[in-house]
Each structure stands twice: as structure tokens, then as C-alpha cells.
Design a binder for this molecule. Structure first.
Ligand SMILES: [Zn+2]
Length: 251
């Protein structure tokens, strides 16, 4: 049912893209808040948000500037987390062909991440090492990996993500992916609200920046809410470290 994952869910969020400066530079010296690499263990989950072709490939319909550059880094981080016994889980924006989420149907976004299309597929450089949760499956708006919103009633609906974390006794959540100013921001704020100790990998995200400063505001909002910021293992070790982190043959 789920193309390659165990226990995938059917949830829907929106992934746009995030922290441009971090993605483009990848140098820890340019990052505002990051101080350390995360500690991965059995109480920690790496939550990888919406690393899908429409967001992460330059040819995608909602391509996020700098997003393709973070994908090898996210893959390397997933392997680092798995080797330390952490849980790795993914989200996918997964829309029907028509939804009030899309501009053509009254929303604000170009058509993106339509179910079972190239745009909705995970980016080919992303290694999928755990289950995934799909958001927007029934036409909901969904930016957070944890919750979706019914576009008609406005009611919030939980995705399967929290349950996947609770059943494993997860206490710490580390977030990477796309996009900083939408899904990363919303997922981080929800994780904090739900009581998880929450970190964002500041060099493994990228922003849409629809308006100048959106990424910076999103990061500042997370920081004010109590989110911590970390550097990916690759970012810590420097350029080229992606090749060492993934198993042989993977980039
Ligand atoms: Zn969407």
C-alpha cells in the first residue's frame, strides 16, 4: 500500500521550502542559532518533512531555492540517526488533483504533490529508512506533519505522526526538510505544543520566502516558542561528508 514504507499514514501537509541562507551556505558560521549536532537515541525521532520532487527538484512546480542541495545532507542525517537507534519518519504532501488548497480551485498554491505523480514522489537522493505520513490526502490543507485543516469547516484533524512517536516512547524530535517558512515552522510549533523537546536542523532546511524575510521570521518564531537549533552531522564535518555518511554506493 505504501510504496516502500512500513506503517505509512495518510495525512497531508504542505511542503514549501525554507531557510535559504542555511541551505545555500551550509556553513555553520552563517547559522544563527545552531550550537551542536543532535544526540540520537531510542527516545529521539528524526522527522523529515516533504522532501518531494515538486519542492526539492529545480523542475518541481513549487521548487524551493536551494532545496536540492540539502537532500544528500538529509539522507546522511537519516543514516546517522538510524545507526544510533533513533526512529526516522517522513512526511509527504499528497493532494488529490483538485483541492481548495490549489490556486485553480480557489486556494493560493500552484498544483503540486498530486497523489501518485512524479512531483509527489520522494526526491531520488532521499533514502527512505522509515515509515511515512501523508497529509492532504482528502483535500485538507496541511502544513504541519502533525495536523491538517479541513478547508471547508476549518476543523483541525490530527495526522498519524503523533501516534507513531508516542507508541515508541519518543521524547525528542529533530526536524529537517522543506520548507522552513511553512511545514517546518508548523511542524516545529506543533511538536513543542505536544510536549516534545524539539530541534530543527538549521542547515538541512530551505525556505520558500514568498515575502522577503519569511524564513527569518519562521526561525525566530520557533526560537521564541522554545525550539532548539542544531547542525547536521554533515554540516559539522564539512563538505564531502555526505559521501562518508551513507552506505557505499549512495550519495
Ligand atoms: Zn500542499
Amino acid at each position: 500500500m505504501c510504496p516502500g514504507g512500513a506503517g505509512c499514514g495518510s495525512v497531508s501537509t504542505d511542503g514549501l521550502a525554507g531557510a535559504r541562507a542555511a541551505a545555500e551556505s551550509g556553513r555553520s558560521g552563517d547559522l544563527r542559532y545552531s550550537r551542536a549536532v543532535p544526540t540520537y537515541d531510542r527516545r529521539t525521532a528524526l522527522v523529515i518533512i516533504d522532501v518531494q520532487n515538486d519542492f526539492a527538484d529545480p523542475a518541481g512546480s513549487l521548487s524551493v531555492k536551494g532545496a536540492d542541495a540539502i537532500v544528500p545532507r538529509v539522507t546522511a542525517e537519516a543514516w546517522t540517526a538510524i545507526r544510533s537507534g533513533a526512529f526516522v519518519v517522513y512526511t509527504q504532501d499528497w493532494h488529490p488533483p483538485s483541492t481548495p488548497h490549489f490556486e485553480k480551485d480557489g486556494g493560493i498554491w500552484p498544483v503540486h504533490c498530486v497523489q501518485d505523480t512524479w512531483g509527489a514522489a520522494f526526491h531520488p537522493a532521499l533514502d527512505v529508512l522509515g515509515p511515512w505520513v501523508r497529509k492532504g490526502t482528502n483535500g485538507e490543507d496541511g502544513y504541519s506533519g502533525f495536523t491538517m485543516r479541513d478547508p471547508v469547516s476549518g476543523a483541525e484533524v490530527p495526522t498519524e505522526l503523533e501516534g507513531l512517536l508516542r507508541v515508541r516512547g519518543i521524547e525528542n524530535v529533530v526536524i529537517a526538510g522543506l520548507a522552513t517558512d511553512y511545514c517546518i515552522n508548523a511542524t516545529g510549533l506543533d511538536a513543542i505544543r505536544l510536549g516534545f523537546r524539539t530541534e530543527v536542523l538549521e542547515d538541512a532546511i530551505a525556505a520558500v520566502d514568498l515575502r522577503a524575510g519569511d524564513a527569518e521570521r519562521a526561525i525566530a518564531e520557533l526560537h521564541a516558542a522554545g525550539c532548539e537549533f542544531s547542525i547536521s552531522a554533515v554540516g559539522r564535518r564539512g563538505a564531502g561528508a555526505e559521501r562518508d555518511a551513507a552506505p557505499a554506493g549512495r550519495g
